[in-house]
Design a protein around this ligand. Structure first.
Ligand SMILES: Cc1cc2nc3c(=O)[nH]c(=O)nc-3n(C[C@H](O)[C@H](O)[C@H](O)COP(=O)(O)OP(=O)(O)OC[C@H]3O[C@@H](n4cnc5c(N)ncnc54)[C@H](O)[C@@H]3O)c2cc1C
Length: 623
């Protein structure tokens, strides 16, 4: 043991010497030290946030270099199948580009009869492990959430004003390159057309999905031609993060652009101060952003001489069969962009987190913070209807089958929502209509009799966008290669269950409407291996059992490193700096204080874009 401690302290001294050497180099007017070890910024994770951040920092701050460490494979892994919207359901189950996580099994009290309990079995919980992160494997729906989401983020104190809707809208627009044809004035007010993230309308969809829209209108649900515009409620088409009908990730838009940035060493003179360097023998050109794939970050390296200050000076990572260190230059920062599960894990493995859980795992506590405690998610569940007429005669390569949907307010008592709830501009449920293309096995799985003739199905997904239940995650082990335990706690609060039930009842009414009931001959829904007539009575208890059994999530974890005042159980401040540390920020979906009421990719990109401005300001002001 003593030997080990001695070795560790020797390593720490060496690290500190290296760090001091970099500072000396800076002082000797070598503002850009071109080595593999020292970087102005080290970004952990090339996911949605990491890609945006790398690009925005490298073009906005002169003469810097950035190291991006990504545990997954490089962009060359992203093949045509992954780019094809119709292949989305199989893409996110591909082990090479998924962390392969599972949620924990949990018992929950029933909402209808609290004396009973239901069991939520452990289930797969995909997370992108590839350049582009989840934006390389996700459903590509472009959604921002509602104005009130961001105004709530901003309501946490005067300094949080920078996160209100107007400020966030500016960032959403700056990122977006929307290709809607002939956008009207209102659309133009809410969208950007010059950013690096391509967003487009679906090319076309299946006839049955178009008829789903007609059925919704028959029920009095208003049309909405822009779910990201002035209001979110109504029925309409989704927009996608695709370009020319193919997946377009944040790596495609942002990281690729960052990789075009070439620096020279010694650095070029600023414009206006004389001619730039001639490229001679003494001047070298190199990429300003260095991306390493298959580089798994283990923990943060701290300045051990100033233990109490928790100064981050670098990163320890596993790469090419060995452990490596990378350090930041004097004004630099370590920025964790590992996503809502892994950013929390990296902090905890580095001694930042809940005392009990760290000590259980023999990790020295550097700063006690509720990391991992505010795991927010969108519960999701589907209902499947039997279609008598073939509805998927031809595969649309460019359609994920998730082209149209509805946003509505749920009835809190679990009743069918009425007109008042349809026009409420703060919907809490998102519906996505899909053909059985979404999962070609769905139809097969729910056939009561496998010998029965096969048929198509219409699947309706329900996502609870404003849940009250909150989950958590904790370390299972101090080993950074072992996943943390993930407790989602979905439907822990009865309101969540009743809202979902209300939306299910609405879907059943939708399926009874023409043209779904007439043209497509829909008469039955499949529940748990059996077919039920649409008119058959179902008690709230029956609905609850079904929802519990079939629910998963929309794969939108966030909030585990919450941005809030420390007194309000925050882990990072409004500038995304980790409390009680120096040179350390977290920038990704983990910092959301409240889950946005929509899909989470665009909000994550927005957070990263805004973070880049905060980091730039701090960098410029640092002496
Ligand atoms: C199946 C699926 C479908 C989805 N569908 C949609 C959708 O249709 N629309 C939408 O808006 N959102 C969707 N989402 C959610 C959305 O894509 C994510 O919320 C968003 O991409 C999160 O971005 P992030 O930067 O926080 O994390 P990520 O994009 O997950 O990036 C984290 C990156 O860090 C890397 N990393 C993690 N740990 C380490 C480590 N220790 N060392 C090195 N690298 C590390 C990861 O490999 C990953 O590349 C979906 C997600 C999934 C999984």
């Amino acid at each position: 043991m003593e030997e080990l401690l001695e070795k560790e302290s020797k390593i720490n001294t060496e690290i500190r010497d290296l760090w001091l050497e970099s500072i000396r180099n800076r002082d000797q007017r070598q503002p850009f030290k071109k080595t593999n070890e020292f970087y102005d910024f080290i970004i952990v994770g090339a996911g949605t946030a990491g890609c945006v951040l790398a690009r925005e920092l490298i073009y906005n701050i002169p003469n810097i270099n950035i190291l991006v460490l990504e545990a997954g494979p490089p962009a060359t892994q992203v093949n045509d199948i992954m780019r094809s919207p119709c292949a989305f359901p199989s893409v996110y189950r591909t082990s090479e580009t998924d962390w392969g996580y599972f949620t924990e099994e949990q018992k929950m009290p029933c909402a209808v009869d609290p004396t009973k309990e239901v069991l939520h079995k452990s289930s797969a919980y995909p997370r992108g492990k590839v350049i582009g992160g989840c934006s390389t494997i996700n459903g590509m729906i472009y959604m921002r959430g509602q104005k009130t989401d961001y105004d709530l983020w901003a309501s946490q104190g005067s300094e949080y004003k920078i996160w209100d809707y107007d400020h966030c809208l500016e960032a959403f627009k700056a990122i977006e390159n929307n290709s809607r044809e002939n956008p009207d004035e209102e659309f133009k007010k809410y969208h950007g057309f010059n950013g690096l993230l391509h967003v487009q309308d679906p090319y076309d969809t299946y006839d049955i999905i178009k008829d789903f829209v007609k059925a919704a209108k028959n029920l009095g649900i208003p049309s909405n031609n822009d779910f990201n515009g002035v209001k979110q409620n109504g029925v309409g088409k989704y927009q996608y993060t695709t370009k020319d009908g193919q997946r377009f990730s944040l790596a495609d838009g942002y990281l690729n652009d960052a990789l075009k940035k070439i620096e020279t060493y010694p650095p070029s003179k600023p414009l206006g101060l004389g001619p730039p360097h001639e490229l001679g023998d003494d001047v070298t050109k190199f990429l300003a952003v260095n991306v390493k794939s298959f580089a798994h970050v283990i923990n943060i390296i701290w300045d051990e001489e100033k233990k109490d200050e928790n100064i981050a000076i670098g990163i320890k990572y596993f790469y090419d069969g060995g452990v490596h260190d990378a350090f930041i230059a004097p004004k630099g920062e370590v920025i964790i962009c590992g996503g809502a599960i892994n950013s929390a894990q990296i902090l905890m493995c580095s001694g930042i987190g809940p005392k009990n859980n760290l000590e259980e795992n023999n990790i020295k506590v550097r700063k006690e913070l509720p990391v991992g405690r505010n795991l927010l998610e969108h519960p999701a569940c589907f209902i499947t209807a039997k279609v008598s007429v073939p509805s998927v005669s031809q595969l649309h390569y460019w359609s994920s089958g998730l082209d149209y949907g509805i946003f509505h307010k749920a009835n809190i008592e679990g009743k069918i929502p009425d007109k008042k709830e349809f026009i409420d501009e703060h919907p809490d449920i998102q519906i996505i209509a899909s053909t059985n293309i979404f999962d070609s096995n769905i139809a097969a799985r729910i056939y009561p009799n496998p010998t029965e003739e096969k048929f198509d199905v219409l699947t309706i997904f329900h996502i609870l966008n404003i849940p009250s239940s909150v989950g958590y995650l904790e370390l299972y082990s101090s080993n950074p290669f072992i996943q943390p335990k993930i407790f989602l706690n979905i439907y822990e609060k009865p309101d969540d269950l009743y809202k979902m039930m209300s939306s299910f009842k609405l879907s059943r009414e939708l399926l009874k409407q023409p043209p779904l009931s007439t043209v497509w001959g829909i008469k039955e829904i499949g529940l748990d291996g059996k077919w039920y007539s649409l008119n058959e009575e179902m008690s709230d208890e029956d609905w609850e059992q079904y929802i519990h059994k079939k629910s998963g999530t929309a794969y939108h974890p966030c909030g585990t490193v919450k941005m809030a005042p420390e007194s309000q159980r925050g882990c990072v401040n409004h500038r995304l700096q980790v409390y009680g540390t120096k040179n350390l920020r977290v920038v990704d979906a983990s910092v959301f204080p409240i889950i946005p009421s929509g899909n989470t990719n665009a909000p994550t990109a927005m957070v990263a874009w805004k973070a880049s401005r905060l980091i730039e300001e701090d960098y410029v002001n640092k002496v």
